[in-house]
Design a binder for this molecule. Sequence first.
Ligand code: FE
Ligand code: FE
Length: 263
Amino acid sequence: MEPTSVAKPESAFRDYAGARPAVRELYRLNHAHQTVDFVRAKRDEYLPLRRRRMGVWQAFEALAELVDESDPDLEATQQGHALQTAEALRAAGEPRWLVLTGLVHDLGKVLCLFGEPQWAVVGDTFPVGCAFDPRVVHAELFAANPDASVPAYATPCGIYREGCGLDALLLSWGHDEYLYHVLRPYLPPPALAVIRYHSFYAWHSHGAYAHLLAPEDDEKRAAVRRFNPYDLYSKSEERPSWPALRGYYEPLVGELLPAELQW
Ligand code: FE
Ligand code: FE
């Protein structure tokens, strides 16, 4: 099995203007409903991690049929996307922990199987509790968000202190934050930064929210930017075959993660 090739140019990805209508609809719902209260409620609901125990392979089986509606570039299932990302990292000679990170980075999308609508699981992330930055994709849709008219949330810092650092922010709720909590005990800091912040494009790719960052966030950004091309540009119609790759990935998962995780 040949590793996935990276053929399309950068400009061929994340074209939201030309995306199918379902993508915009997902962002409409996401930007209207991701509020401080909503994010706090979801954190209270999920982050105790008391829902079930499940291994990585069980989570993949559960995601076999899921297609991410927020993604203008991808019609592959989440299982295919996981393997394409991991295979691209492996082909580039990246270290084993980063290949594993590529394999698992979107597993938080099991939230969809717990009944969450896709707008509360996928799509770009952004902080709530402070002014929405125009560099967030489809920022015009924040006009419908009730927090936009809460004075305490409408200033550049909002409920945060200047320079407080990324980890102090309440990001919009989705698969990234959830999986970060599931895997926090097991993976090294750069892997956890990739998992937690990979959908925060306004920050990692467009320089937004600089006034809220702390010096240690530079390292997190470097990790996310190292990873991002493999997440984005490995998307293709080529489908790596799961059974053919089990011999590589099963030992890798066993080396870095326990047989069962708490979700
Ligand atoms: Fe993701
Ligand atoms: Fe991804």
